[in-house]
Design a protein around this ligand. Structure first.
Ligand SMILES: [Mg+2]
Length: 207
């Protein structure tokens, strides 16, 4: 990938919490020649001690936090300088005020922001995230995944994406509305994240 896109394109690798600490250390080390922008969610984030081990083995920048819910989930990783990007979101981590507190704490340790922004978050959250991003001095990057046309129609918004950049637009507030009449055409359907089981005995396992 690096040889295909050249040195100027940021490459980010999401590991989805799938490795053991020593596997993550080895992956980060082996990817150093390719100058990743970050390696994301290298190990299950519940065991924060793992990041000490990963950090000992690689200078590949580490990003974590899309499943964190408060400043307390971020505190030790930031204060011990075990990560380079904190990925908490407005909607998961207590709103804009709480996210600002996390970002200020992170700035003391030169940790930058990189808010999660996949389509499990609505355009309303993306609008709020962009306004947070415009403020935060230690901004790193904003994840963005296009919503479907149907979702965009239900949430008319002023933000736009072009050439790798997001612009919040000029509408007041967060610049995102909700068309409740249109939303009513899509009644709630019960759905679940994938359930992962070990092949040999069916044990419920993380994914
Ligand atoms: Mg991710």
């Amino acid at each position: 990938m690096r040889s295909a896109v050249g040195p100027d394109i940021h490459l980010l690798h999401d590991v989805h919490h799938r490795l053991t600490p020593i596997e993550a250390g080895r992956l980060g080390k082996s990817l150093e020649p390719f100058n990743l922008f970050w390696m994301e969610d290298a190990t299950p984030a519940e065991n924060q001690e793992a990041f000490k081990l990963i950090r000992q083995h690689t200078t590949t920048p580490l990003a974590v936090g899309e499943i964190f819910n408060s400043i307390w989930d971020c505190k030790d990783l930031i204060e011990n300088q075990l990560i380079d990007f904190i990925r908490t979101t407005v909607v998961h981590a207590g709103g804009i005020t709480q996210l600002r507190r996390i970002a200020d704490l992170a700035s003391l340790y030169q940790v930058r922001t990189g808010c999660h922004g996949a389509t499990d978050l609505s355009p309303a959250c993306m609008g709020a995230a962009l306004h947070f991003d415009m403020w935060v001095p230690n901004f790193g990057i904003q994840e963005y995944m296009r919503h479907t046309e149907e979702t965009d129609a239900v949430f008319p918004h002023s933000y736009s994406f072009a050439n790798g950049m997001l612009h919040p637009g000029e509408a007041p507030g967060h610049g995102v509305d909700i068309d409740e009449t249109l939303a009513a055409k899509y009644p709630y359907q019960r759905a679940y994240l994938p359930v992962n089981r070990l092949q040999h005995d069916g044990t419920l396992w993380n994914w």
